[in-house]
Design a binder for this molecule. Structure first.
Ligand SMILES: [Fe+2]
Ligand SMILES: [Fe+2]
Length: 442
């Protein structure tokens, strides 16, 4: 197999800004949105120009959520940008995902949220025909999955897990059968195969195993299927997180899932990847300055601030509304939560916390932890003040955790909530989620 160097960009969530993205309703909407909407087209254009200028690779892969919410005008404009990239000499392979069709397509005009023309799933094949399907060796038109030869001895299996009429993030029996045919065919042709899939195949952080929409449905089945059929690498998105994970099937075959962040929201990264017979080398690149008024902030802080703002607003949102005593309790809880420090929580739970974090507001720390988890290489590993405080708090709450754990265990897979949560706030995998070289080969 010839080495393949390519760019991986995902969850571009491109929005055609002339549809409208301003006003009171827009500001209200953005209170809870992790990523930028009005700025997304400028971000995509800036990144595509940078990629076009790099002549050391001629391939770009985008595994889904191409548009904000399936607006037809967003697709049209995004395709114009793809065509420019193609004219610069790049081969482009995309798959579509849940945000690309039948979504709640909307814009924000004159302080109001308005409905705009969306895109039916059946249109996507024609719209993106030049970016994967036209060169494909086989297309599964039902799901818009395809397989294509990307270089000598190397094929790309593009798995579309978000198709019409079924639960998002699933591979059904028919799609498994089609993939089996394609993988058998590649074997006969002596070709290696790597895959793309919008949903993470392996939960990007341990606790996401408990979140229904955070990884493929029945992910162990999918991961084992790919690994046991010779697929060693899958590139994913959807969770807007930088994370690299390994899974070993019962037969002892390894799959590596490289999940990449949303391009237009914190941590706003894309990847340059080199795939060879013996390794996969991953480099992460920050979205550069894209010309917005960032109020003097560095680009990454500009993205992080929006994410932090949405985390705090979501937490406060959960503590709003209700009636009677419920409303009163929520309001009181909200007041306390926005004021309480980590030291204050320590006193309630009777645990000692390091003085470096005592005065930090709990809500600010929650924002920092959220950002750290999604940026990859989460820094709160064993021995750090946050890890120690969290670990002690979990021990204190063990009587609740022990009651919850059996309810979370499914299909004979036991849940250790303590371990899951602690391994989620700190990366203990032994390699970086951002810049790594991982050995391949059996
Ligand atoms: Fe997305
Ligand atoms: Fe998604």
């Amino acid at each position: 197999m010839k080495n393949l160097s390519f760019y991986l960009v995902t969850d571009t969530h491109y929005f055609e800004s002339s549809l409208g993205a301003s006003g009171k309703a827009y500001d209200e909407y953005m209170k809870r949105e992790q990523y930028f909407m009005a700025e997304s087209s400028d971000i995509v254009k800036t990144v595509f120009e940078k990629i076009a200028a790099d002549k050391s690779t001629d391939t770009v892969i985008i595994p889904g959520d191409l548009s904000k919410n399936g607006e037809f005008e967003s697709h049209k404009s995004f395709i114009k940008e793809l065509n420019k990239l193609k004219e610069s000499g790049k081969k482009i392979y995309v798959i579509t995902a849940g945000h690309d069709f039948n979504e709640y397509s909307r814009a924000f005009v004159n302080d109001e949220c308005i409905k705009v023309e969306g895109t039916p799933f059946t249109e996507l094949y024609n719209l993106y025909y030049d970016f994967g399907y036209s060169q494909a060796l086989a297309v599964d038109k039902r799901t818009l999955s395809y397989v294509t030869q990307v270089s000598d001895g190397l094929r790309l299996l593009a798995i579309n897990c978000d198709s019409e009429g079924k639960r998002k993030g699933t591979i059904d029996d028919e799609l498994y059968a089609w993939m089996q045919e394609q993988l058998d065919d590649a074997k006969k042709a002596d070709c290696k195969v790597f895959a793309i899939c919008h949903y993470p195949v392996i939960p990007p952080v341990p606790v996401f195993d408990l979140v229904g929409d955070a990884k493929l449905y029945d992910w162990r089945k999918a991961a084992s299927f790919l690994a046991d059929n010779g697929v060693e690498v899958v590139l994913t998105g959807h969770m807007h997180i930088q994370s690299i994970n390994e899974y070993v099937s019962e037969k002892g075959n390894k799959l590596i899932d490289i999940c990449t962040s949303c391009l237009v929201g914190s941590p706003a990264k894309y990847r340059k990847i080199n795939l060879s017979d013996s390794s996969v080398k991953v480099e992460s690149i920050d979205v550069p300055d894209f010309g917005a008024d960032m109020k003097g902030l560095p680009v990454n802080e500009f993205f992080d601030n929006q994410f932090r703002y949405s985390i705090v607003n979501r937490i406060n949102g959960m503590l709003s509304g209700g009636k009677g005593f419920g409303k009163f309790a929520k309001k009181t809880g909200k007041k306390i939560l926005n004021k309480i420090t980590v030291g204050g929580i320590g006193r309630i739970l009777c645990i000692k916390v390091d003085k470096s974090i005592k005065k930090v507001k709990f809500i600010d720390l929650a924002g920092d932890i959220g950002i750290a988890i999604f940026s990859g290489d989460a820094a709160y590993t064993e021995g750090t003040p946050v890890y120690n405080a969290f670990s002690k708090a979990l021990k204190r709450l063990n009587f609740i955790i022990k009651k919850v754990e059996p309810k979370l265990s499914k299909n004979g897979v036991e849940v250790n909530l303590n371990k899951m949560l602690l391994n989620t706030i700190g990366n203990n995998k032994g390699y970086s989620d951002n810049n790594a070289e991982i050995k391949l080969g059996r």
